[in-house]
Design a protein around this ligand. Structure first.
Ligand code: COA
Ligand code: AMP
Length: 629
C-alpha cells in the first residue's frame, strides 16, 4: 500500500483516476465513466453519469455477498437499560419494511422526509429507508426547540415527518410529540403525515395526520432499492451559519458514498467485521457519516449509543461499550473526554472494563486542546487522533490516516489534508500566508467527493457564503495556519459560529432572539472559552431608553426571561446562561459591533483597542464586565 504522501499526490495529480478507482468499491446500477463534471464552476458534480442506491450499498450488498449474519448495528442505551443488535439481514429487512411505510405515505424519489428522533435504531432505519426510496432525509437534532424545527420544515418542505414519543436526556424524559405538533403549527408548509414511534417512557397523543410506527410496519410491504443518479441528494442537513437562518447543506449520493467508503479503511482503519463506536448524535454530520453510512457501506459494525459520556450512570460507559463490543475505533468530541476526565481523572473505569480491543481514539467537532490530548493519550496508550471536518465537507478535511500509515502526531494539529483536499491559508488580500502565520483556511476547488455540491434551494447563498471571498477557493470559515511540514492548525472560527460542547451554533441566531424582547434595544452574543464545553455563549444587552430598570430585581427578571426565550426558541443545547445588561456596546465608526475584541477580552487576552473604534470609553466601561464572566 503506498504511503500517505504518494496517495495524496495522486489524488491531486490524477484526481479523476483516483476517485474513479475509489468508486469501484461500491455497487453501481450504472457505473460512472466520468469522475467529475466541472462545466459550471463553482458548482461541481461527482460521477455525473453514475447511478446507484446508497441503502443497497449499505445493506443488501453485504447480504447478497453472504454476510447477512454479521452484526450491522448495536443499539446500546444505558438510559433505558436496553441493548439490541441487528444483523445485516435484519437491518435490511427493517429498512425495507419502513421504506414500505413511507411509500404508503406517498413518499417517492426526490421527496423530503424530516426525521426528528432521539438516539434509537429507528432513527437510522428511517434514514436508510429514505435512501432506499431515493427520498431525501433531513434529520433535525432532538435538542432543537419547536421553532428551529419549524424553520427546517419550512425550508425542506417534507411530505412526512418521522418522530418518536420521547427522548431521554440523562434522567429526564423529554416528550418530542408536543414539540413536533407545535413546530407543524408554526410551519407554513405542513407535512401530509407524521410517523410516530411510541416509546414506553412516554405515550404520544395521536392526531388525524399521525401514523403509529409499529402498526404501520406490521402491515407494510417491503420496498426494493430505487436506483438514483449519483448526483441526486441523499440528504439535507441544516447547520448554523452567521444568521438565524440555518444553511441546508446538501449531500449527494455517489460522491458521498465513495468518500465514506474510502475513509473507513484508510482513516479509521475499520473494515468488514470490525467495530466502530461513534459517540455522537444522528442529528449531526458526524452521526450521519460515522454512525450510519460509512460503517455500513464497508460492512463493519456500528454502535448507536443512547446516553451521555458521564452521568448515565457513570464515566465508565464508553469503556463498557468498548469492552462489550470489542470496539476497534472510538470516535467522539473532545468535550466528552473533558467530561470523563473531570469525573474520573485517574481513569479508574478503564481498569474495570477490558478495553484491549481499542486501537484508536478519534476526536473531532471542536479544537482538541493539547491537555485533553495528553490526558487521553497517557490514559489509553493508543494513538489519539485529532481530525478536522465540517457539516459542509461530510468527511475529514485533515486527519491522520491511521489505516495507511500513522503520521507523527503534533498536539494542537489535526495533522495533514486528506485526498483531494488542497488546503491553503490565505491572508486578507488573498495571498498565501507564510508557514506558521494565521489566515483564512481555504480549500482549492473542486472539492473532493462527499463535500456539499450546494445549499438546499439556495445556489446563491452557496456562492456568497463560501465561494465568493477568494475566487476558486472554498472558504472554510476557520482560521489557522500550516506549519513547515504541511500540518494544519485550526485555531477557531472567523465568523459568528460557535462550538458549544461539540454543538455548532450561531451567535447571530441567539442575538435575533434577545433582540426580540420588548425591553432590548440592541445586543451582542459572543462565544467565550469554557474549560468543559470548549465555548459557551454570553449575551450583552442594551436597554431601550425609557425602560425603568430601577425596579427591584429588574435585571434578574430580565435575565431569566432572556435565557428562557433562547431555550424556548432555539433549544436547551444553546446553553445561554449568562446575560449582562450594559449601558452600550463597543462599535466601529461604521456601527459594527466589535465582537472579536469583546471575545478576546472575555478570554483574558490583552486585546488592543481597534483603531476603527467609535468611542473607546464604551469598551473601557465594558472591560470589567467582560473579564468577570
Ligand atoms: N434532546 C433534548 N435536549 C438535549 C439534547 C437532546 N438530544 N441534547 C442535549 N440536550 C439538552 C441537555 O439536556 C442540556 O439541558 P439542560 O441545560 O437542561 O441541562 C442542554 O441541552 C445542554 O446539553 P449539553 O451541551 O449536551 O450539555 P450536558 O451538560 O448535558 O452534557 C457533555 C455535556 C459534554 C456530556 C455533552 O455535551 C456531550 O456528550 N457532548 C458531545 C457532543 C457531541 O457528540 N457532538 C457531536 C460532534 S462529534
Ligand atoms: P460542524 O459543522 O458542526 O461539524 O462544525 C464544524 C466546525 O467545528 C469547524 O468549522 C471547526 O470550527 C470546528 N472543528 C471541527 N473539528 C475540529 C478540529 N479537529 N479542530 C478544530 N476545530 C474543529
Amino acid at each position: 500500500m503506498p504511503a500517505y504522501e504518494e496517495i495524496f499526490r495522486s489524488s491531486v495529480s490524477d484526481r479523476e483516476g483516483f476517485w474513479l478507482d475509489a468508486a469501484s468499491a461500491l455497487d453501481w446500477h450504472v457505473p460512472p465513466t466520468t469522475a467529475l463534471d466541472g462545466s459550471a464552476p463553482p458548482f461541481y458534480r461527482w460521477f455525473p453519469d453514475g447511478e446507484l442506491n446508497v441503502a443497497h450499498n449499505a445493506l443488501d450488498r453485504h447480504v447478497d455477498a453472504g454476510h447477512g449474519d454479521r452484526t450491522a448495528l448495536v443499539y446500546d442505551s444505558p438510559v433505558t437499560g436496553s441493548t439490541r443488535s441487528y444483523t445485516y439481514t435484519e437491518l435490511r429487512d427493517e429498512v425495507a419494511r419502513f421504506a414500505g411505510v413511507l411509500r404508503d405515505q406517498g413518499v417517492s424519489r426526490g421527496d423530503r422526509v424530516v426525521i426528528y428522533m432521539p438516539m434509537v435504531p429507528e432513527a437510522a432505519i428511517a434514514m436508510l429507508a429514505c435512501a432506499r426510496l431515493g427520498a431525501i432525509h433531513s434529520v433535525v437534532f432532538g435538542g432543537f426547540a419547536a421553532k428551529e424545527l419549524a424553520v427546517r420544515i419550512d425550508d425542506a418542505g417534507p411530505k412526512v415527518v418521522v418522530s418518536a414519543s420521547c427522548g431521554i436526556e440523562g434522567k429526564r424524559v423529554i416528550e418530542y410529540k408536543p414539540l413536533l405538533d407545535k413546530a407543524i403549527e408554526l410551519a407554513d408548509r405542513k407535512p401530509d403525515s407524521t410517523v410516530i414511534l411510541q416509546r414506553e417512557q412516554a405515550t404520544a397523543a395521536m392526531g388525524p395526520i399521525d401514523v403509529d410506527w409499529a402498526g404501520a410496519v406490521a402491515t407494510a410491504t417491503p420496498a426494493d432499492p430505487v436506483p438514483v443518479k449519483s448526483t441526486d441528494p441523499l440528504y439535507v442537513l441544516y447547520t448554523s451559519g452567521t444568521t438565524g437562518k440555518p444553511k441546508g447543506v446538501v449531500r449527494d449520493c455517489g460522491g458521498y458514498a465513495v468518500a465514506l467508503a474510502w475513509s473507513m479503511p484508510n482513516i479509521y482503519d475499520v473494515g468488514p467485521g470490525e467495530t466502530i463506536f461513534t459517540a455522537s448524535d444522528v442529528g449531526w454530520v458526524v452521526g450521519h457519516s460515522y454512525i450510519v453510512y460509512a460503517p455500513l457501506l464497508v460492512g463493519a459494525t456500528t454502535v448507536l449509543y443512547e446516553g451521555k459520556p458521564v452521568g448515565t450512570p457513570d464515566a465508565g460507559q464508553f469503556w463498557r461499550v468498548v469492552a462489550e463490543n470489542r470496539v476497534k475505533s472510538l470516535f467522539t468530541a473532545p468535550t466528552a473526554f473533558r467530561a470523563i476526565k473531570k469525573e474520573d481523572p485517574d481513569g479508574e473505569f478503564t481498569k474495570v472494563h477490558d478495553i484491549s480491543s481499542l486501537r484508536y481514539l478519534f476526536l473531532a467537532g471542536e479544537r482538541l486542546d493539547p491537555e485533553t490530548h495528553r490526558w487521553a493519550s497517557d490514559l489509553l496508550g493508543i494513538p489519539v487522533i485529532d481530525h478536522w471536518w465540517q457539516t459542509e465537507t461530510g468527511w475529514p478535511i485533515a486527519a491522520n490516516p491511521a489505516g495507511i500509515e500513522l503520521l507523527e502526531i503534533k498536539p494542537g494539529s489535526p495533522t495533514r489534508p486528506m485526498p483531494g483536499w488542497d488546503v491553503q491559508v490565505l491572508d486578507e488580500t488573498g495571498a498565501p500566508a507564510e508557514p506558521g502565520v494565521d489566515g483564512a483556511i481555504v480549500a482549492k476547488l473542486p472539492l473532493p467527493p462527499g463535500a456539499f455540491p450546494t445549499l438546499w434551494n439556495d445556489d446563491e447563498r452557496y456562492v456568497s457564503s463560501y465561494m465568493a471571498a477568494f475566487d476558486g477557493f472554498y472558504l472554510t470559515g476557520d482560521g489557522g495556519h500550516l506549519d513547515d511540514d504541511g500540518y494544519v492548525f485550526v485555531m477557531g472560527r472567523t465568523d459568528d459560529v460557535i462550538n458549544v460542547a461539540g454543538h455548532r451554533l450561531s451567535t447571530g441566531g441567539m442575538e435575533e432572539v434577545l433582540a426580540s424582547h420588548a425591553d432590548v434595544a440592541e445586543c451582542a452574543v459572543i462565544g467565550v472559552a469554557d474549560s468543559m464545553k470548549g465555548q459557551v455563549p454570553r449575551g450583552f444587552v442594551v436597554l431601550k431608553s425609557g425602560v425603568d430598570s430601577s425596579v427591584d430585581g429588574y435585571e434578574d427578571t430580565l435575565r431569566g426571561e432572556l435565557v428562557a426565550m433562547v431555550r424556548e426558541q432555539i433549544g436547551a443545547v444553546a446553553s445561554l446562561k449568562d446575560v449582562a445588561v450594559v449601558p452600550a456596546l463597543p462599535k466601529t465608526r461604521s456601527g459594527k459591533i466589535l465582537r472579536k475584541t469583546m471575545r478576546g477580552i472575555a478570554d483574558g487576552a490583552e486585546e488592543p483597542v481597534p483603531s476603527t473604534i467609535d468611542d473607546a470609553s464604551v469598551l473601557d466601561t465594558l472591560r470589567p464586565v467582560l473579564r468577570k464572566g
